[in-house]
Design a protein around this ligand. Structure first.
Ligand SMILES: [Zn+2]
Length: 138
């Protein structure tokens, strides 16, 4: 009954690989997450042409998603550090939290926007018919 149709692309791989929420084929970012030149987001989907920034300032809303990410990371790291070391030295926690959060910041930036597009945008849904080869492409 809940069989995935033959031409439909699955949601999770498209989120992990940062693909367009509408067609799940086109890339959202033009370069890798840990690139020396920073992350460059494409203006529109190279496959279906959807414009990613739905309105001016649209990606400010990704800060809320990013906030949830960083709270989850800080709580997990604090508990993990406490369980593993048993230390009460605040400098240990400061060093661990700041260094790991700095390393994870490109991840937070990328996936807060990807999740905003995939899950938290009203009226934006996957359209399986757009996953197919489009007629204007060769
Ligand atoms: Zn697309």
């Amino acid at each position: 009954m809940n069989k995935v149709k033959e031409n439909e692309l699955k949601m999770w791989p498209s989120i992990v690989h940062a693909r367009c929420p509408r067609c799940r084929v086109g890339k959202i970012y033009e370069n890798p997450m840990y690139s020396l030149t920073g992350q460059k987001m494409l203006k529109k989907c190279p496959h279906c042409g959807m414009i990613y920034e739905r309105e001016p300032g649209y990606f400010y809303a990704a800060m809320y998603v990013s906030y949830a990410f960083i709270v989850a990371e800080l709580v997990s790291l604090s508990v993990g550090t406490s369980v593993l070391t048993g230390s009460t030295n605040p400098w240990l926690y400061t060093a661990v939290l700041l260094s790991v959060v700095a390393v994870l910041s490109p991840f937070n930036l990328r996936y807060s926007r990807v999740l905003l597009l995939h899950w938290f945008t009203p009226g934006l849904h996957y359209r399986p018919e757009l996953s197919k080869h489009l007629p204007h492409q060769q």
